[in-house]
Design a protein around this ligand. Structure first.
Ligand SMILES: [Zn+2]
Length: 110
């Protein structure tokens, strides 16, 4: 855990947050500054700064992030209307919290 990482503090429940989903490896929360009607963040419990810091051993974790995204999309009712998932990488890529997280956006009107 990185000392000053807001997501590590949320995972550790040091900062209160509403978990839409939790398992042994991930939590899912709403983005506090949503860019879509539904904007969720899939966050691994372990601290990894960004895609740039992924290691061979993280393959399964990253794969599982997408399965959590799929599950959340269905739960939020956007699996058929459509949604986006993506990573922002470092400042130039729009990353604001330097703890890996997958964005899930959807729920736009047709
Ligand atoms: Zn962290």
């Amino acid at each position: 855990m990185a000392n000053d990482c807001i997501f590590c503090k949320i995972v550790a429940r040091e900062i209160p947050s509403n978990f839409l989903y939790e398992d042994d490896y991930f939590i899912v929360i709403k983005d506090i500054n949503p860019h879509a009607p539904i904007h969720l963040l899939i966050i691994p419990k372990i601290h990894i700064r960004s895609i740039n810091d992924l290691k061979e051993q993280d393959k399964e974790l990253v794969g599982n992030m997408f399965l959590v995204a799929k599950k959340m999309a269905k739960e939020q009712g956007v699996n058929e209307s459509g949604y986006k998932v993506g990573f922002n990488v470092e400042k130039g890529g729009g990353q604001e919290i330097f703890h890996l997280h997958l964005h899930l956006l959807g729920g736009w009107k047709k």
